[in-house]
Design a protein around this ligand. Sequence first.
Ligand SMILES: C[S@@+](CC[C@H](N)C(=O)[O-])C[C@H]1O[C@@H](n2cnc3c(N)ncnc32)[C@H](O)[C@@H]1O
Length: 214
Amino acid sequence: MSDLNRVETAYRRIGSRWAWNVVSFAGFQGWESSLRRRTVEHLELRHGDRVLDIACGRGSNFPHLQRAVGAQGHIVGVDYSATMLAGAKELIRRERWTNVEIVRGDAAETHFNAAFDGALCTVAMTVIPRWQDAMRRMIGAVQPGRRIAIMDGRLPTGLARAGLPFARFFSRIVAADLDRDVESECKKMLNNIREEVRMFGTYFIISGEGPSGV
Ligand SMILES: C[S@@+](CC[C@H](N)C(=O)[O-])C[C@H]1O[C@@H](n2cnc3c(N)ncnc32)[C@H](O)[C@@H]1O
């Protein structure tokens, strides 16, 4: 089975509304909304901006992005899992949003013509099989001087290491590889870095500006 098929299979299992609610609750332990809000704040979006959500899943970032870009703004979400995207479409329909576009595809291969005013990827750089390619595409889609933000889980350190068995177990369920050094890769690819660590070191948010021509 290819890595992408493995992703598709995992998210067919956990991508339904009820299953995703359980998975999100277990993964974020009550911090989901604040982590998502804070990640969107890193983008410094303005009303009317165009923003790209890489591996958008069921659209859990969309309410935060809507507040940031307003009804005049535009949100584009990309994801590989048809099951997760069905959830995103259902959310868009329920909220009657007319400024959100959903694209099904591999984030490592998708080419974006438009210049975005910001891009984010939440809890997915550890999941996307060719994640460095996806990061390059994401950075290339954003106008120079505007920000790219990544929020993801990381292996617990210090006292939080007591949670390591749970982190390893949970990462198998969501097909994540917590051994990837996403933060170091961001520091190589982005300028003007800002980073913060949350939830006792088990999550990070990192953002920066892409150099032109990545
Ligand atoms: C843990 S979920 C996170 C979803 C969403 N970003 C969120 O914050 O709720 C990981 C997502 O990555 C998506 N994904 C994995 N590999 C992908 C790829 N190559 N291209 C696009 N999406 C991918 C999965 O389909 C899944 O929706």
